[in-house]
Ligand binder design. Sequence first.
Ligand code: DC
Length: 227
Amino acid sequence: MSAPVPVVTVDGPSGSGKGTISRALARRCGWHLLDSGALYRLVALSGLEHRLEPDDIEGHARLARAMAVGFEASTDEERICLDGRVVTDAIRTEAVGQCASRVAAWPQVRTALLERQRAFARAPGLVADGRDMGTVVFPQAPLKIFLTASLEERARRRYNQLKQKGSDASLSALSREIAERDERDVHRAAAPLIAARDAVVIDSSGLDVAAVLAQVIELGRQRALWA
Ligand code: DC
């Protein structure tokens, strides 16, 4: 039997920087990347487009099983497709994020996405970014990171991101929305946001991307995942 594909899991709350760190790590190692939050966002967007009732659990689970998704990444651009259309920006709105957090609380939707997520583990390795990568989807991963940052810092990062894109944003509204999403992600019964027992917790408040990345690379080196 061939050796299992190595997986590094990066879990944490909204705005903790896990997307940025995961992308940078995958690029550095030449590994694949799973943005699992994007999958929940795709289910949410698909539900909105199909005009499903917000509480139609089975309908959303059906979409989660049936939707055709595509992730393409070049050096400077990433394209996410849903049923043949590019939806890279459409899934990033705060409204779709809130809706994703709601559908992600339903076990039927989580189960529908489980094998899809595991299929991303292909040689030479995978960096898996999400909320339950280390606890549920890849419990055998040899390196699990749980990235956190204070609510203020996370709201400020999101604010700066939106400003850079030219979007209008209010820091206090963002802070409220992130706190609301945290509350739901942490307290749901199915796969709540929690650090795996064997995860290394990194608080990125006050650290830049390079400093966090350096810590993760060192942890991988200690586990002989890379030289
Ligand atoms: O990381 P994100 O903001 O793109 O995720 C959107 C929502 O999806 C988030 O509020 C919770 C949910 N999610 C989840 O429940 N499990 C994951 N592995 C990833 C995201």
